[in-house]
Design a protein around this ligand. Structure first.
Ligand code: CTP
Length: 410
């Protein structure tokens, strides 16, 4: 058993999980999920929607879990939804279809699963799976935003091959069952009294965008996911979180203060103002190192020119500036490096005056930009080193916040 699964076992062992399965081709993966959950010691009761039961049968789940399976609200032998809501410690809806997300967001109670969701007051995570065009629909975005605002958790979806032949790849694939179990474990992990409770923290996230002319800019691939996951982890530990973020495609994390900026200079101003008196700063933004010396007021015209030279000047290093004037704030940096060598991360830790730095190898397929998972190495200023992942970014965020707590005064 790896360290990660041992940790999940400790969290999930003996926990009572309702696994709600929606009607997607990915429903077959719910069987692996049920097996993994049972494997780490959870008690699992499965609820199938009517559509799910057309993809996978109740006998499969009854066999895997040793527990009764619910499908029909009006089936007299089925345990009633109120009793099942009392029984459960947590809910996991996987795969969650667009239809299921919409019904849950509206608070409908038109089948067993949605009725159970309404009756259950505890933590629930949804792991969506659908065609990427469906995932991008405004109606689906609204449902997801509502669920998040209601305190529900989302795990994935991830980018990858989609279910049906010829469907291709896209952002809509169900997160891998192992990653879902890891994320659920981190959601349910008992939070020791945390030093971050009541403290003010700042998180930078996403890329910055440096204009070249009226329509063009210089930027990078940062999605903002790692910063948002950190912000949510800190929020859930009771910290007052301010996120300073560049332009990202993701919806802002609920129940945190978000300051949107565009350029590195704007990010610097916002961070400087917010960092004063803050307990910690987590610099997860991929700040553009350069900006154009002069921004053309209009649009560059091609005008037959075969070449164009852009003169760049260095942006200030926001984190290093804080490190030069530390004021007792715990400083956490990120080092996105192409390769596994930690020397460069250690150099940045020293040069920027940080307490810890999170190294990630952006060449690794399950780490870095634009993916849901991350694997990182956390380097402390006193030489301590910890490897984390590959795990869902939220689980990685929990490990980073744990590491930062070490440096926070009582
Ligand atoms: N950082 C920052 N301001 C900058 C550049 C980086 O605050 N202008 C922060 C990042 O948020 C990150 C850390 O410094 O936490 C390291 O960023 P990175 O881009 O990896 O390092 P650089 O110092 O820019 O080095 P290089 O790009 O040469 O690898």
């Amino acid at each position: 058993m790896s360290a990660a699964t041992a940790g999940q076992g400790a969290v999930l062992s003996g926990r009572r999980v309702v696994l709600g399965v929606g009607g997607s081709i990915a429903a077959y993966k719910a069987a692996s999920l049920a097996r993994l959950l049972v494997g780490v010691g959870a008690q699992v009761r499965v609820v199938l929607t009517g559509a799910a039961a057309r993809f996978v049968g109740p006998a499969l789940f009854a066999g895997l879990t040793g527990e009764p399976v619910a499908t029909d609200l009006f089936e007299p032998r089925t345990i009633d939804h109120i009793a099942l809501a009392r029984w459960a410690d947590a809910g996991l809806v996987a795969p969650a279809t667009a239809d299921l997300l919409a019904r849950a967001a509206l608070g409908l109670a038109d089948d067993y699963l949605t009725t159970w969701l309404l009756a259950f007051p505890g933590p629930v995570a949804f792991a969506p799976a659908m065609n990427h065009r469906m995932w991008e629909q405004p109606a689906v975005r609204r449902a997801v935003a509502t669920l998040r605002a209601d305190g529900r958790h989302l795990i994935g979806p991830v980018y990858g091959p989609l279910g049906a032949p010829g469907e291709g790849e896209g952002h809509g694939r169900l997160a891998e069952p192992e990653a879902i179990v890891a994320a659920l474990a981190s959601l349910l992990a008992p939070r020791a009294p945390t030093r971050f409770a009541g403290r003010r923290v700042v998180v930078t996230a996403g890329p910055t965008r440096e204009p070249l002319d009226a329509v063009r800019f210089l930027s990078n691939r940062s999605s903002g996911r790692m910063g948002f996951a950190l912000a949510e982890a800190l929020r859930d530990r009771g910290a007052a979180v301010t996120v300073v973020r560049g332009p990202v495609a993701l919806a802002d994390p609920p129940r945190v203060r978000v300051l949107g900026v565009e350029t590195a200079l704007e990010m610097r101003e916002a961070v400087r103002a917010e960092a004063t008196g803050a307990a910690a700063v987590f610099a997860a933004a991929a700040v553009s190192d350069w900006r154009a010396r002069a921004v053309a007021p209009g649009k560059w015209k091609r005008g037959g020119a075969a070449e164009r030279t852009i003169e760049l000047v260095a942006n200030p290093d926001i984190l290093a500036e804080l490190g030069r004037d530390p004021q007792g704030t715990v400083l956490v940096g990120f080092a996105a490096e192409a390769g596994g060598d930690l020397a460069e991360a250690r150099r940045k830790l020293d040069a920027k005056g940080l307490h810890l730095i999170v190294h990630n190898d952006v060449l690794h397929p399950d780490a870095g930009f634009e993916v849901e998972t991350n694997r990182v190495t956390i380097l402390h200023r006193d030489g301590a080193v910890a490897e984390v992942g590959p795990l869902h970014k939220r689980a990685v965020a929990e490990a980073i916040v744990d590491a930062a707590e070490r440096w926070l005064p009582e």
